[in-house]
Each structure stands twice: as C-alpha cells, then as structure tokens.
Write a protein of this length. Structure first.
Length: 334
C-alpha cells in the first residue's frame, strides 16, 4: 500500500497545555493484550537452554523429516507476518506458507498478509484457521492455540503459526515455542518485520538518527507505563498505547523529556485507516481524543518525530545543535 492517507494535525503550542481525556480504546486494547498476539508478562516466560532453530532459507528443507525427538510428527513454523502488508513478509516466511498444510493466523497483520498474497496471485493450498480477535468477538485463548499447534503437528501436518509483526515482540511467540518443544514437536522461528519500527517509518520517522537519537526503547503501554529514563534523544515506542495514552504522556513528560517533547501516533499502518497525528507530550492526548484515534496504533516519543514530514513547523523549528531538518524533507513511500 502507499503513503499515509492523512496529514498530521498542527501541534498545539506545547508547554503548559492540559492533557485531556483519552479516546476510549482501552477495552479494545485489553482484549488485544489477552488475545493471541498480546504482550506476555515478563514473569510468564521461563528461561530455556534449548537452542531455537531459525527457519531454513531453502524451501527444500521445509517439510523435511522432523528433528530427533519429534519422530512421526509434523513441524510448526512460527512466522512473523510483518505489519500487514504482504510486501513486508519475508521470503522465508512466504516459503513456509507455501509449504504449509495448515495456517493458524492472527487477525492483526497476518490476515492482511494472506489477503495481500491472494491479491498478488499467490495461491496457498493450506487450510487457514483464524484464531485472531475481531471487535466484539472473543479471541481463542492462548492455551487453546498452543494445543491446536501441537495437535495439528502431531497429526503429521506442516503448521505455520502466522503472527503479526515479529513473533517475539509482544507476540507470545516464546510461549508457543515452549509449548511445542514440551510436546516434542519440531519447531522453527521465522522473524518478522515488527510494527515498532516499520509503522513509524511510514510517517518518515527513523527511531535513531545521527545527532538526534542514539537509542530507543519499545514498551507495551497496555498496563500503566512506568517511568522510562532518558531524554528526547532516547526514542520511546509504545505498542498497545492508545487506551493509556494520557497516563503514558504524563509519565514521560514528568521525566527529562518534558511536556513539549514531540509525539507521533501512527494508526493502522499499511491499512485502510492509516493516519498520522503529531503533537507533544502535553497536547497529544487531547489531540487523540479530538481525532478519535483508535487501535492499532504505534506511538513514537522523542525528537526523531521532528524528522517526519507530518511534523508541523512549530515542532520542526525547535533549535538543534545538529539540525537534520536543514535537509529538505519529503514524504516517504514504503
Ligand atoms: C500485541 S502487539 C503485537 C506486536 C507485533 N508482534 C509486532 O511485532 O508488531 C499489537 C500492537 O502492535 C501495534 N501494531 C501492530 N500492527 C500495527 C499496524 N499495522 N499499525 C499500527 N500499529 C500496529 C499496535 O500498537 C498494536 O496494539
């Protein structure tokens, strides 16, 4: 799909503005976090010594006999679908899909990729089982997904578990991996393009940029965000952050970043509702409420937002020692 469909709001003048009510998307994000692709609690995973096999690039190895200990069963491939555009599926992921007997797909990201492949004329023979949530519908519980993967593989089928973005970025990929390993199933992982990086790129926002930002943190804001150190040169990317936006903005503004730190929200990246909203930590919650910002969305906080062509002049003209904005900018096309 092509560029961003709607330009940013002009940011209201930052400092001192009251942070307004949040658009109510908390319920949807609560469901998302409980859904198959949701954030795993750090305490819910256990350290394992098992080496994880990354999927082989050679299609001839797909469907090859399973490794020792998994005799007579099929293979499970945990495949990252990317952010929803078939063009951002990896070649290794495509090969796995082409070799699959059954595809167990999430809603966010994964279905868009399957539809995109079909539109490109890619014919997949696999049965598709949709375990992703739809608004108002309950997701299949994680335990049931784990059991489904094991059952399908034990019946000798090649299973692709197609997950939005990257399986290991708030995707519960590790839980599915461990469940398969515990059942003695041969399981391989194909990393995917995470929304944390690719969705900001749609709005022309690099997470690091020489002279502007030297590090970044990706955090879930599904639960209340804890204070994160660093200033505006340390980019913060929030996933599942719409419902808690006002609280997160307050938390981040209290630190070194301050209320006039730039923020961008990119909604529904690569989707039909794709849209960018740019403001500051002091203004963004009110702007989001006014515009009816909805999940899924990626929130980016830090001076890198100023590099976006969607950043209004009020943000772009702040003083920087090294001013990358001296270089003419144009909207990116991904
Ligand atoms: C449970 S997390 C899964 C993240 C995924 N594993 C990844 O690597 O992108 C879901 C969150 O990812 C973000 N997200 C995923 N795809 C997105 C998209 N196409 N546009 C905007 N945000 C997206 C949103 O913050 C959403 O709430």
């Amino acid at each position: 799909m092509s560029g961003v469909t709607e330009a940013a709001d002009a940011a209201a003048s930052g400092a001192g503005a009251t942070i307004g009510p949040v658009p109510a998307d908390a319920a949807s994000e609560r469901a998302e976090a409980a859904a198959p692709d949701a954030a795993a609690s750090p305490t819910s995973t256990t350290a394992r010594a098992d080496a994880v096999e990354l999927g082989a690039p050679d299609a001839t190895e797909l469907g090859a006999p399973p490794t020792a200990g998994a005799a007579a069963s099929g293979t499970v491939w945990l495949v990252g679908a990317g952010p929803g555009d078939a063009g951002l599926l990896t070649l290794r992921g495509l090969r796995a899909l082409e070799s699959a007997d059954v595809i167990v797909a999430d809603r966010l990201g994964a279905r868009g990729v399957l539809d995109g492949l079909a539109a490109e004329g890619v014919h997949l023979v696999a049965e598709v089982i949709d375990v992703g949530k739809l608004p108002g519908h309950h997701a299949v519980p994680q335990d049931a997904i784990n059991a489904l993967l094991v059952r399908e593989a034990q019946s000798g089928r090649t299973v692709v578990r197609l997950k939005g973005g990257d399986p290991y970025v708030f995707g519960r990929g590790g839980e599915e991996l461990f469940a398969c390993q515990e059942a003695g199933i041969d399981v391989r992982v194909v990393p995917g393009v995470t929304s944390a990086v690719s969705v900001p790129a749609l709005a022309g926002i690099p997470l690091t940029h020489r002279g502007v930002a030297t590090s970044f943190t990706v955090a879930t804001a599904h639960d209340q965000l804890l204070p994160l150190g660093g200033g505006r040169d340390h980019t913060v990317v929030l996933l599942m952050g719409v419902g808690t936006l006002a609280q997160s903005a307050l938390t981040l503004a209290r630190g070194e970043r301050g209320g006039d730190c730039p923020v961008a929200i990119v909604e529904d990246g690569f989707g039909a509702r794709q849209r960018v909203t740019v403001g500051t930590l002091a203004t963004i919650a009110a702007q989001a409420a006014e515009r009816g910002v909805r999940s899924p969305a990626v929130v980016v906080v830090g001076d890198v937002v100023r590099l976006s062509p969607y950043a209004p002049a009020a943000l772009a003209s702040l003083d920087l020692t090294f001013d990358p904005l001296a270089v003419p900018r144009k909207a990116p096309s991904l």
